[in-house]
Design a protein around this ligand. Sequence first.
Ligand code: ZN
Length: 186
Amino acid sequence: MCHGPPHAAFLLDAVIGQRLVVGMVPDLETLDETLMQTALAEARNAASVDEVPIGALIFDPSSKTVVATGQNAPISLNDPCAHAEIQALRATGQAIGNYRLGGLWLYVTLEPCAMCAGAISHARIERLIYGASDPKGGAVEHGPRFFEQPTCHWRPQVTSGVLAEDSRVMLQSFFKARRKLKSTDD
Ligand code: ZN
C-alpha cells in the first residue's frame, strides 16, 4: 500500500526508560520490532494499573531517538481522550515545542481508533507502525478506514502486524482476568 522508507542501519543512542539496548539495528524490520517491545512494555504498565493494555511511542528517525512514550490511561486520568497514542502525541508536542510532528514515527500496540487516527493525521506523523488488528474499534483497516477517506488530508505510511501476537495475547489475558474478577464479585 505504502512505500516504506529505505532500509538502513539505525543507531539507537538515546532511549526513554532505558529499555532498549544501545547499538546498531541492522534493518527496518528489527528496528520496528525493537521499538514495538518498548511500546509493549508501556502496555504492560497500563495493565498493572488496571487500564486496558495499550502502549505507544514516538520515534525520531533522523536523530534515532525515542521522543516520548504513552500508555493507555483514560480511567486513571478521568480523560476519555487519554489513549496511548494521544498521550505520546501530547508528550512529543511538548518535548519539541510544536503541534506538527512531521518526520516522526508512531508505534502503537493496537490498531488506532478513529480519534487516534484523526490525531495522527493532524500531527502529520510520517509513519504509523502498529501491532494487533482491532476489528471492533480500529479505524485504519476496519470501520471508517480513516486514512482512506477523502476528508483525511494527511496519510502516514502504515506498517501493521508488528509483534501482533504479543499484543493480542496481552489484551486477551487482561480481559480474561477482568471477567474472572467480575464473576467472583457476583
Ligand atoms: Zn484511540
